[in-house]
Design a protein around this ligand. Structure first.
Ligand SMILES: *[C@@H]1O[C@H](CO)[C@@H](O)[C@H](O)[C@H]1NC(C)=O
Ligand SMILES: *[C@@H]1O[C@H](CO)[C@@H](O)[C@H](O)[C@H]1NC(C)=O
Ligand SMILES: CC(=O)N[C@H]1CO[C@H](CO)[C@@H](O)[C@@H]1O
Length: 453
């Protein structure tokens, strides 16, 4: 089957391929788009269905949970999906005691690993914003104690500890070069926190939401629209084309001021609602789609930000589902990429076509797919052999050098007309870009596929 190629098509695909791959290669390494799996709702599908949906559709290889829900952790077993769990804010004071931390691990993590790929523990969420003195004072000690418990269980290499922050930790953020942590918290909490992250090789997690920082006047800037005039930082003479970059750089400036510019920044939450109260500007499915689409493109592009050039950012979109029980204004319940029945709330381009392709593969082998362009593998060091095994059919044309020696080579390996029996997104991410044409197979091809799918 692999050999049934034609020189004609091979050259076309090679040509298109070069084009696409130069656009994407730079951002491939180390960039991951994940999703926040919030569950403040009474109508969500069972966790097994969600885990299957995510792993089969290759939407995401990483999820972040807001607790340590047993059913969800079980459901993600054997999916390979990287899971971040959260020790809730109320547990933080207790986690400063080693016995409690050990018990916490014993009940909330150890039963699920290694079947479930737990890679991170968040100690609380936006703790500094709670203004609760006990929680804030306990935060870093709790992280340190939990880390000690991880070391005791020989899990510290597998599982990293961090904690997400809102941008409320900044007292100054505009222009970005003046970014500063709030006084008091800077030396008493953030400095020891950043030291801990440095010592344990764990990233600093932030939840930037251009949505909440935007007004009708700055909507284009917040949505990464080219029509935005941009903003000049007079101090650095650097010009900002989008609000997310400005937010990231203000955090970076604040870290730098404390001497921690070397710590990696991860975006643990960001998103845009698809529905809001009528008074809100730019709250609709179109804007949400545009934000998330542009966001994914931007953070994986390798462009970085003006103060952090040539970087990618691991980014977790908020959120997987619309959550109907969330309090507050309408928009709070409408950040989801998917409705509870798992239909997309809106079209976010590459995400949707990935889903479309995956579900076609899943449901039947009656179609094959012409995919031009294609593919990002965002997990450096992915298991190429396993990846190759997942590609079951290469019907046509050439350029199907399925002997894959390296990730880079693989980028050229898979254009053309092909069908996959199964695409699992566990250790690697396939991303189909551009044109996909579905059409029925010839009878004999159909049988052949049907027999193997
Ligand atoms: C903290 O520990 C105390 C004593 O062990 C326990 O009674 C309490 O329920 C714990 N709190 C939380 C939130 O786990
Ligand atoms: C970023 O990449 C560009 C293009 O490859 C290069 O010219 C530039 O020097 C890089 N900047 C830094 C700070 O590495
Ligand atoms: C797919 C994934 O595994 N994590 C991903 C989340 O979704 C985007 C779009 O499909 C991918 O690029 C990421 O790799």
């Amino acid at each position: 089957m692999e050999k049934a190629s034609t020189a004609f098509s091979a050259s076309i695909f090679t040509a298109i391929f070069l084009l696409v791959s130069t656009l994407y290669i730079q951002g491939v390494e180390g960039s991951i788009i994940g999703v926040n799996y919030g569950t403040v709702a009474n109508n969500l599908p069972p966790p097994e269905q969600v885990a299957r949906f995510l792993s089969e559709s290759t939407i995401n290889s990483s999820v972040r949970l807001f607790d340590t829900n047993t059913d969800i952790l079980r459901a993600f077993a054997h999916t390979g999906i990287a899971v971040t769990v959260t020790a809730t804010n109320d547990q933080i004071p207790n986690l400063t005691r080693i016995e409690f931390a050990q018990e916490w691990l014993k009940f909330n993590v150890r039963p699920y690993i290694p079947a479930t790929n737990i890679v991170r523990i968040f100690v609380g969420n936006e703790v500094i914003s709670t203004a609760n003195k006990l929680l804030i004072a306990s935060l870093v000690p709790a992280m340190e104690t939990l880390h000690t418990a991880l070391v005791g269980a020989s899990l510290d290499r597998r599982i990293k500890i961090s904690t997400p922050h809102s941008l409320g930790i900044l007292s100054s953020s505009s222009p970005p070069s003046t970014g500063k942590f709030r006084q008091g918290y800077d030396t008493h909490v953030l400095k020891p926190l950043l030291s801990f992250l440095r010592d344990t090789n764990s990233p600093f997690m932030i939840n930037p939401y251009p949505f909440f920082g935007s007004s009708p006047e700055t909507l284009d800037y917040a949505l990464f629209r080219p029509s935005s005039a941009g903003v000049l930082d007079e101090n650095t003479k650097l010009s900002y084309t989008n609000m997310l970059d400005a937010q990231l750089d203000s955090v970076f400036s604040a870290m730098k001021l404390l001497g921690f510019s070397d710590i990696e920044i991860v975006i643990s939450e960001t998103g845009w609602p698809s529905l809001g109260d009528s008074s809100q500007a730019g709250v609709d499915a179109e804007s949400a789609a545009q934000y998330n689409r542009n966001l994914m493109q931007h953070v994986t592009s390798g462009a970085g930000t003006p103060l952090m050039p040539n970087r990618t950012f691991e980014t977790y979109i908020f959120a997987l589902f619309n959550e109907d029980l969330k309090p507050g204004p309408t928009c709070e319940r409408n950040f989801g990429l998917f409705q509870p029945d798992m239909t997309p709330v809106y079209d976010i381009g590459i995400l949707r076509s990935t889903v479309a392709a995956a579900s076609k593969f899943h449901h039947a082998a009656y179609f094959s797919v012409l995919t031009i362009g294609l593919l990002i593998i965002s997990n450096h060091g992915a298991d190429v052999e396993a990846l190759q095994k997942n590609i079951d059919y290469v019907l046509w044309p050439g350029n199907t050098a399925m002997e894959i020696a390296s990730i880079d080579q693989y980028i050229g390996a898979c254009s053309g007309l092909f069908a996959m029996k199964k695409m699992t997104g566990s250790e690697y991410h396939l991303l189909f870009v551009d044109l996909q044409i579905f059409f029925p197979l010839e009878r004999d091809e159909e049988q052949e596929l049907g027999g193997n799918a």
